[in-house]
Write a protein that binds this ligand. Structure first.
Ligand code: NAD
Length: 376
């Protein structure tokens, strides 16, 4: 029988778990011997009893790794976790491969068959397996909720006996999955929302969600492969900052989400731009984990500059571990279907989603872009 192990995440602040009881039940029914580390789901609101009711067995961590054919994880393995992974084990996990080349090398040399969940291709067929989308959506939502809970004013316009309160003004930078969810959430709370992105194609989506798109002159052709943004020139970023300075100066909340895959996040909000903002305004920089979109962001710290509070949460999905784990584990389950045939693990060589996600195998890094970086 194929043994599947779900460890308790050990990275600081990581509260998600790679399998919910719902997915554990599906795994058991599809023929896996499912073992969950004791306490793995506690922070996500999934007690051990819920996994046992799903047909899984609770084990202690070292036992789990030693007997596993397949390991499901959320956060990139730590050094210690990496040491426990046996040769030939299938590992499904976030790896953050562009920034964790040491870990990528280690997983290859341990002989792991690693599927890096952030490499799932952004295609229509792979949408149900796309953890970047399911988790970015949570980040966008939570960033707005966080800002609303800290802001010293209402989000909606209010007519009260004591007079009218104008709505909060929110600016969202980057209209990918997180930015669009931030826009939708801020609109639901009644704010007036403006959005900037380098991909002109998102203007329509922004407007359909009730946002105003900030037009940038001489928009570069910034859409690269898979609909992602390409890196833009310094001249363009300077022009963009000049336009954004005026928008940010009247904003109560700024949510920054701009990223370019494999690169450091672009600096869109400089110290001077923060100085020009209103005292009491709040910046939530979701790109903090990738270097930040605001020059003053310090990951996982809150700082105040010129009366503006700047928050740099690097792992917002982990702050909503229940739904984040529910969605993440469904994404994993959907991907797993592609390598689980007739109760055996096998890699279908012609499947673009499987092959696009496969990072290490047979002692080598097999993902072409990451292999090129590793060999340097
Ligand atoms: P992301 O997290 O890589 O980046 C967030 C946003 O930042 C992007 O919209 C990007 O254009 C923007 N950005 C980059 N540089 C910027 C700058 N200098 N100024 C302002 N904005 C900047 O993006 P994402 O959420 O992962 O989505 C990327 C693309 O993938 C989108 O087109 C999305 O629709 C597409 N997508 C496709 C699928 C699918 O088909 N399965 C799933 C999810 C997303």
């Amino acid at each position: 029988m194929t043994t599947l192990f779900v460890p308790k995440e050990s990275r600081a602040g990581e509260r998600r778990v790679a399998a919910s009881p719902e997915v554990a039940k599906k795994l058991v029914q599809s023929g896996f011997d499912v073992r969950i580390e004791r306490g793995a789901g506690d922070e996500a609101g999934f007690p051990g009893s819920a996994f046992e009711a799903a047909g899984a067995r609770l084990v202690d961590s070292p036992d789990g790794y030693a007997t596993a054919d397949l390991v499901l994880k959320v956060a990139p393995p730590t050094d210690e976790e990496g040491e426990r992974i046996k040769s030939g084990v299938y590992l499904f996990s976030l790896v953050d491969p562009y920034r964790n080349l040491g870990l990528v090398r280690r997983l290859a040399s341990r002989g792991a068959i690693t599927f890096a969940m952030e490499l799932v291709p952004r295609t229509t067929r792979a949408q149900s397996m796309d953890v970047l989308s399911s988790q970015a959506s949570i980040a966008g939502y939570k960033a707005v909720v966080l800002a609303a809970s800290r802001l010293g004013k209402y989000f909606p316009q209010l007519m009260t006996a004591a007079g009218t309160i104008p709505p909060a003004r929110v600016v969202v930078l980057g209209a990918g999955v997180a930015g669009l969810q931030a826009l939708a959430t801020a609109r639901r709370l009644g704010a007036v929302v403006e959005v900037s992105d380098v991909r002109a194609a998102v203007k329509e989506q922004v407007e359909s969600l009730g946002g105003r798109f900030i037009d940038l002159p001489q928009m570069p052709t910034a859409e690269g492969a898979g609909g992602y943004a390409k890196e833009v020139s310094k001249e363009f970023l300077d022009q963009q900052r000049a336009i954004l300075t005026a928008r940010l100066a009247v904003a109560d909340v700024v949510i920054t989400t701009a990223q370019v895959p494999g690169k450091k996040a672009p600096i869109l909000v400089t110290k001077e731009m923060v100085e020009a903002m209103k005292p009491g305004a709040i910046v939530v920089d979701i790109a903090a984990g990738q270097g930040g979109n605001c020059e003053l962001t310090s990951p996982d710290r809150e700082m105040t500059f010129s009366g503006v509070r700047i928050l740099g949460p690097s792992n917002l999905p982990a702050s909503m571990p229940g739904d984040a784990s529910l969605l993440y584990s469904r994404n994993l389950w959907n991907l797993l279907q592609l390598v689980w045939k007739d109760k055996a693990l096998a890699i279908p060589e012609s499947d673009d989603v499987v092959m696009g996600t496969l990072l290490t195998r047979g002692g080598k890094v097999v993902h072409p872009a990451i292999a090129a970086l590793v060999s340097g």
